[in-house]
Design a protein around this ligand. Structure first.
Ligand code: UDP
Length: 282
């Protein structure tokens, strides 16, 4: 019951899972699931983009798996909840899911990125994971009027796993609008720009940067245009510090229970979570 331990980080949530636990959960969805299960990545930018749309915010809150993709979220979990978690980068989870799919014969569908990137990523993946069954692929620039056809293609491909590489929050919005039309997909991972990385068009930070929690900074200096999205990072840090300060003040007043859960108390928080689809309802 991972959602019982789901952590609230300001206006978003994260599951305190490591890579293996995330993968085990994906395997569970594949084996036992009867509907599309959403796997979304959580990073500080999402704290500002997702809550703008109440429906999207609710979809995010109810996601089946929210992975700690960004270092900011990992540090915030430590500071606000005293929970030590490690990053589960979306790109690495996708690679592990492909490995899993190749081993168990699951079919994947790649939707997103520019046509040549999508095609190249599909070639790289099938070379890298012998036996991987790529049931279909589509670039991420399908027009709204063509969407029913695409959904039909995804269904007819009988893909078990759908990777959505449309960028955020476009991909989460797509999931929200189409999830009820997907009749075979069991796992749907939002992968942002991962197809660009797999196709070799965008380089991930070298290990040194990753292990020092500075992948975001490497990305910023290699793609300075991202400054527009990453300018919210200082605001995120300030909000986390303010939230921590609030907790300390409440603690001092003997109201510790309320501080960590947005002023509603732990019991209320868990009650609120009771409707989130858990493993038992998969
Ligand atoms: N993209 C897409 N359709 C669109 C807009 C964007 O498929 O209508 C793709 C784009 O080609 C890129 C990805 O979405 O591959 C966005 O990458 P980015 O790194 O910005 O996403 P993030 O991981 O930061 O969410």
């Amino acid at each position: 019951m991972y959602w019982n331990s789901r952590l609230r980080i300001l206006d978003v949530w994260v599951d305190p899972v490591n890579m293996q636990q995330a993968l085990d959960r994906v395997e569970f969805f594949l084996k036992r699931g009867r509907r599309p299960h959403s796997v979304f990545a959580v990073n500080p930018e999402k704290n500002f983009s997702v809550p703008k749309d109440p429906m999207l915010h609710e979809t995010f809150k109810r996601a089946d798996l929210l992975i700690p993709d960004g270092i900011g979220v990992v540090l915030a979990a430590r500071m606000l909840h005293g929970v030590e978690i490690a990053r589960v980068p979306g790109v690495e989870l996708m690679e592990r899911i492909c490995e899993l799919a190749a081993n168990r014969g699951s079919r994947i569908f790649l939707y997103g990125a520019r046509e040549e990137v999508n095609r190249k990523a599909a070639n790289v993946l099938s070379r890298r994971y012998p036996g991987l069954r790529i049931a279909g692929r589509a670039n991420g620039y399908v027009k709204a009027e063509e969407m029913p056809k695409l959904v039909d293609r995804i269904n007819r491909s009988r893909a078990d796993i759908l990777f959505l590489g449309l960028g955020s929050p476009r991909q989460e919005r797509w999931f929200l609008s189409q999830k009820d039309s997907l009749d075979h997909v069991r796992v749907c991972q939002g992968i942002g720009g991962t197809l660009d990385v797999i196709a070799g068009n965008v380089r991930r930070a070298p290990n040194f940067w990753r292990s020092h929690g500075a992948e975001w900074f490497y990305r910023l200096i290699s793609e300075p245009m991202r400054i527009r999205r990453q300018r919210v990072l200082p605001l995120f840090v300030l909000n986390v510090l303010a939230s921590k300060l609030k907790t300390l003040v409440w603690d001092a007043q003997g109201q510790q229970d309320e501080g960590l859960f947005g002023g509603r108390g732990a019991a209320q928080f868990h009650e609120d979570c009771a409707h989130i689809p858990g493993i038992s309802q998969s």
